[in-house]
Design a protein around this ligand. Structure first.
Ligand SMILES: Nc1ncnc2c1ncn2[C@@H]1O[C@H](COP(=O)(O)OP(=O)(O)OP(=O)(O)O)[C@@H](O)[C@H]1O
Ligand SMILES: [Mg+2]
Length: 251
């Protein structure tokens, strides 16, 4: 069966808004939808995908770049680490000093090869519009831009999105994350929309706040794949599933 080959990247202008946790939850939902998922950690300096999943990646994004550079790269298959039958991962550098040695074009060439064997490639990034991120966004089918209900975040987002509007990068979808910090509720959705001058495509409700998140992280578990998990309301699960299906639909 033909794979859907969607490359979806998550980014933000502020750090700590909940990108990585959400990306992992989305991967869980997509695998429940019988999709084959590859997660690539392109947060080269601070990446925490393998840490969050308690998984050791023998090969990382650094090895991809380094091996391509040294002409030792043969196939993408040598660089993916299985997490579950339906989810493979590529972790970020083990040594943060390697992060500046990565040629992001090499990592993108790897993704371009690997995506043929996956329904979806999910890329995590660091925050901000650095050169690496710009190249990654440019090669993504969908960019999920995450913000929270925080004044500085909303102001930064306006600047960020204004800059992006002047580039060729398109396919931005805005996610307002209300689950990161349930005490942030200063502005209405209408006010946020007016300030950033963009529609909010998806909202993560406060009910998705995971109280015992540390224990999930300690166990290396994806929240949405926990069998005994109780989304506070079934509605949350179906809402996230609808979002995943929307992202995967053919344009
Ligand atoms: N749904 C949630 N429920 C509870 N806490 C959350 C949730 N999402 C995020 N957090 C909290 O916010 C922290 C930051 O989340 P996360 O690492 O996903 O953000 P990030 O945007 O990837 O950060 P960075 O910019 O550092 O990569 C988590 O360690 C966790 O404590
Ligand atoms: Mg992160």
């Amino acid at each position: 069966m033909k794979k859907q080959n969607k490359v979806i990247t998550i980014t933000s202008s502020k750090g700590g808004v909940g990108k990585t946790i959400f990306l992992l939850n989305l991967a869980g939902i997509m695998s429940k939808l019988d999709k084959k998922v590859l997660i690539v950690d392109c947060d080269f300096l601070g990446g925490a995908i393998s840490l969050n999943l308690n998984t050791t990646c023998n090969k990382t994004v650094f090895n991809i770049s380094d091996d391509m550079f040294g002409n030792n790269y043969e196939t993408y298959k040598n660089y993916v680490t299985p997490y579950l039958p339906s989810i493979d991962i590529v972790g970020s550098c083990k040594d943060p000093r390697d992060s500046i040695k990565i040629d992001v074009d090499n990592v993108l060439a790897f993704i371009n090869e690997a995506k043929n064997d996956y329904d979806v490639v999910l890329i995590d990034t660091t925050h901000g519009l650095n050169v690496n991120n710009i190249k990654i966004l440019d090669k993504s089918d969908i960019v999920l831009y995450m913000l929270t209900n925080d004044l500085m975040d909303i102001k930064n987002s306006k600047n960020y999105l204004d800059i992006v509007a002047n580039t060729d990068i398109s396919n931005f979808k805005i996610i307002l994350n209300n689950s990161r910090d349930i005490n942030l509720n200063y502005f209405s959705n209408y006010e946020i929309k007016k300030t950033i001058n963009k529609n909010i495509d998806y909202t993560l409700d406060k009910t998705l706040y995971i109280k015992n998140i540390t224990s999930f992280l300690l166990e290396g578990e994806i929240f949405t794949l926990n069998k005994s998990l109780t989304f506070k309301e079934k509605r949350d699960f179906y809402k996230m599933q609808a979002m995943a299906l929307d992202l995967l639909k053919e344009e």
